[in-house]
Structures are given as C-alpha cells and as structure tokens.
Design a protein around this ligand. Structure first.
Ligand SMILES: [Zn+2]
Length: 115
C-alpha cells in the first residue's frame, strides 16, 4: 500500500491513537521511514501532543476547559477531605486509645488502693 504524504498526515492522529488498521499503520510507518518531510511533520505532531498533555486543557474548548478545571478542583477537594478525614479518624482513635489506657490505669490504681 503506497500512501501519499497528504493521507499520511491526515492519518497521523489516528495512527498515534492506534485506531488505524495494522496494514494502515505499517504503510504509515514505511512512509515515515522513507519520507523525511512526513517524519518531521509527525515528530512535530508528537511534540504538539506532548505539550497538549502537559497543559492538560490546551486541546479543549472554553466550556470544556472550564468543566475540566471544575472537575479537577472537585477531585482535589475530595482528596483533601479524605486525607483530613483519615487523619481525624486516626487522631480520634489514638485519643480514645489514650483515654482508654488512662481509665484502665486509674481503675487499677483505685482498686489497688481500696484493697
Ligand atoms: Zn510524505
């Protein structure tokens, strides 16, 4: 399968997402090996993808970006609450344990004194 530069560049996205057929991917790979222009196009494309991923919301439209931001803020807050909740539970648990030990000690002391 011989591919034109145009179709290779059009398929770059699908090729990157591994949505193209195996034959298609093979043909694109072959073309990329033989065509320096498409190779540099594809590496620029990969570079762009990397930047997009790094920025997170770069590929999204305004509304989507806002939704995404809100969602990640909610998730962050939830994670924060969970951490606070866990340490509060651990704190309460150790206080109860300490009180329990204290009460047991005092109880033992009182019963010793009564004797
Ligand atoms: Zn080409």
């Amino acid at each position: 399968m011989n591919m034109t530069c145009e179709s290779v560049r059009n398929l770059a996205d699908l090729y990157h997402e591994k949505i193209v057929s195996r034959e298609g991917a093979q043909a694109i790979r072959t073309h990329l090996n033989e065509c320096p222009e498409c190779r540099s196009y594809y590496s620029a494309y990969l570079e762009l993808k990397k930047t997009e991923r790094a920025l997170g919301t770069a590929g999204l439209s305004g509304t989507q970006a806002k939704m995404y931001e809100e969602l990640s803020r909610k998730l962050r807050r939830r994670r924060y609450l969970r951490i606070v909740g866990t340490s509060a539970a651990i704190g309460a648990g150790s206080i109860m344990l300490a009180v329990g030990i204290l009460l047991t000690c005092r109880f033992n002391a009182e019963s010793l004194m009564k004797r």
